[in-house]
Write a protein that binds this ligand. Structure first.
Ligand code: PMP
Length: 422
């Protein structure tokens, strides 16, 4: 039996539908090689994870060295150096007074922790989240996710969650145009607190740029305006940087240029460049709301993952990967806008850093074209480029490569994508 057939037969893949006929054998930098020896430019980085490049030598060396010393002892049973050093480094680079970290193994776990802690700190139980948001596949994190295609047949969900319109200017839920809208979607949160909640909201959870929702980049000042509303009601701000963190958007953290400091920040994906690790970072006084017995994670803060994360973050900082991401992302946006200008099937091209989305439509009335997105993805794959898909309608091509992708490789991504559009 081929690996592909064996995988299909014994791994539960029913939830992914058709799998691409591709068995990954190895990867290096922004190149993935399949079992037939064919290589691809990876423009999705394992869902925006391998920011420092596949097989980054520094990350591998740190993980290898730690593997030989200690794999697991239960980070919350006995302290270990990699977890302590990583928490110290996160305290140094996180905004404001976010100084204490909890470590988990997945983005969902970090967000679950944030939801639980926000309840305990505020003594409130309600939440507000955005249309189109995605925060994980566990029950609480799906409850605060605003994507019905991810929530289908999984309910009932956690009560006490209200949703606010996303800053999705191409399809403004309030029917406004970006110029002169007065950030009405941020202001709407005031009315949502008043009319759709009991008023006792623990936290508002938000991605600085929505990833799964289709690379939704908010207009300038959006998060600042949201924070002002939250402050009036004593509502905590949880910023989910699981996908945007670690230089993805051209900043170490996407909130940095927004002029706000979250109360809680969650991290995952790029934190350890592919080893399973996540973190929730908060102020000491908020962390203090946890009492003995309230929380734990068996694998969370695994020493090998923490050692890899330390190496990955040192790499991002030393090599100024955020600036690289900003520069390369700006080039790609320009290139795509130039080459796809006037193309009927291209509704919108948007992004920040190397987090770029191309929204595909059928006509001028913006009818979503999810089938076309799948076709474009398959054509790109045949031509040696791997891209992702997202969006509330599944009609957004996502370009989120390893941030170390070379200029030539990125040019190939742009060229192949444009040629695959028809
Ligand atoms: N938050 C965001 C913003 C994400 O994009 C994701 C995953 N795509 C998650 C949380 C969940 O992360 P994980 O799959 O590691 O649980």
């Amino acid at each position: 039996m081929t690996t592909f057939d064996k995988f299909r037969k014994y791994v539960i893949t029913e939830f992914v539908g058709d799998l691409p006929p591709l068995v990954v054998e190895r990867a290096e930098g922004a190149t993935i090689t399949d079992s037939s020896g064919k290589s691809y430019v990876d423009a999705f980085a394992g869902i925006a994870v391998c920011n420092a490049g596949h097989g980054n030598p520094e990350v591998l060396a740190a993980a290898h060295a730690q593997l030989d010393r200690l794999v697991h002892c239960g980070t919350y049973l006995y302290p270990n150096a990699p977890a302590a050093d990583l928490a110290e480094l996160l305290a140094k680079i996180a905004p404001g007074r976010l100084r204490k970290s909890f470590f988990g193994s997945s983005g969902a776990e970090a967000n679950e922790t944030a939801i639980r802690l926000a309840k305990q700190f505020t003594d409130r139980t309600e939440f507000i989240a955005l249309y189109g948001s995605f925060h994980g596949r566990s029950l609480a994190t799906l409850s605060v996710s605003g994507l019905s295609n991810r929530k289908r047949r999984g309910g009932p969900y956690m009560p006490g969650v209200a949703f606010a319109p996303a800053p999705y200017c191409y399809r403004c839920a309030l029917g406004l145009k970006p110029k002169g809208c007065g950030l009405a979607c941020a202001e709407a949160i005031e009315e949502i607190v008043r009319c759709a909640t009991s008023g006792a909201v623990a936290a508002f959870i938000v991605e600085p740029v929505q990833g799964e929702g289709g690379i939704i980049v908010p207009p300038k000042g959006y998060l600042r305006a949201v924070k002002d509303v939250l402050d009036r009601h004593g509502i905590l701000l949880i910023v989910d940087e699981v996908q945007t963190g670690f230089a993805r958007t051209g900043w170490m953290f996407a909130v940095e240029p927004e002029g706000i400091v979250p109360d809680i920040m969650t991290l995952g994906k790029g934190i350890a460049n592919g080893l399973p690790l996540s973190a929730m970072v908060t102020r000491p006084e908020i962390a203090a709301a946890f009492k003995p017995g309230d929380h734990l994670s068996t694998f969370g803060g695994n020493p090998v993952c923490c050692a890899a994360a330390l190496a990955a973050i040192n790499f991002y900082r030393r090599e100024k990967i955020a600036e690289l991401s900003r520069r390369k992302g700006a080039w790609l946006l320009c290139e795509l806008r130039r080459r796809l200008k006037g193309k009927k099937s291209v509704g919108d091209i948007r992004g920040r850093g190397l987090m770029v989305g191309v929204e595909l439509v059928k006509d001028k009335s913006k009818t979503p074209a999810p089938e076309l997105a799948k076709k474009v993805q398959a054509r790109c794959r045949e031509r040696g480029v791997l891209v992702g898909i997202g969006g509330t309608f599944g009609n957004v091509i996502r370009i989120q490569p390893p941030l170390v992708i070379s200029d030539d490789q990125l040019a190939k991504v742009g060229d192949v994508l444009c040629r695959s559009m028809t």
